[in-house]
Write a protein that binds this ligand. Structure first.
Ligand SMILES: CC(C)(COP(=O)(O)OP(=O)(O)OC[C@H]1O[C@@H](n2cnc3c(N)ncnc32)[C@H](O)[C@@H]1OP(=O)(O)O)[C@@H](O)C(=O)NCCC(=O)NCCS
Length: 156
């Protein structure tokens, strides 16, 4: 069962906890300045998931809204909270945001070797639509491009 999660907008006060998860989970982490810039970026939506059980952040989510398209830039769950449905909660939140804004599609890139994330995206009907060779550094690796299509939108 996922822990009781509360998803809310991120604030400056969350950045130390976000950075701790970022450093724990990514080999090439974003800087604190990069995260701070997302808090004021007009197109960025930056959310954190608080766990009531452990009284700290379980994870975070950053996406951009560009017209009728969403770009998922970051989703991460603290190691201590993984495999308990928290990532699914955040991705479900993301899909509901896409539907509520009548977005046509959502796009993301993921390291080709990141099986946990790829399975999570596939669980939410994202489909792989391409590969960007040597897209990532530290270590160098291809990116897979995944797309989610809003099947509830009727396009004439
Ligand atoms: C990817 C990530 C967000 C998943 O978070 P999570 O809270 O563990 O995910 P959930 O418990 O909701 O699991 C959802 C699904 O993801 C898949 N999954 C998650 N962890 C997995 C693992 N270690 N191995 C295989 N599949 C995994 C499973 O399909 C799972 O569904 P299931 O439980 O029905 O089998 C988390 O592993 C993470 O933060 N990874 C590091 C950051 C990252 O890589 N982000 C994505 C960058 S593009």
């Amino acid at each position: 069962m996922p822990p009781a999660l509360r998803i809310r907008k991120a604030t400056t006060a969350d950045l130390p906890a976000v950075m701790a998860i970022e450093r724990e989970q990514f080999s090439n982490p974003w800087s604190a300045e990069h995260f701070a810039a997302e808090l004021t970026n007009r197109v960025a939506k930056f959310y954190v998931a608080e766990s009531r059980e452990i009284a700290r952040l379980a994870g975070f989510l950053i996406f951009w809204r560009l017209g009728s398209e969403l770009e998922l830039h970051k989703i991460a769950i603290a190691r201590a909270c993984q495999r308990r449905g928290c990532g699914s909660c955040l991705l479900d939140f993301f899909i509901r945001a896409a539907r509520s804004k009548n977005c046509q599609q959502a796009l993301l890139e993921v390291r080709a070797s990141n099986a946990p994330a790829i399975r999570l995206y596939e669980k939410y009907a994202f489909q792989c639509i391409g590969r960007r060779r040597d897209y990532y550094s530290s270590p160098v690796e291809d990116a897979l491009v995944f797309r989610w299509l809003n099947d509830r939108l009727k396009i004439d």
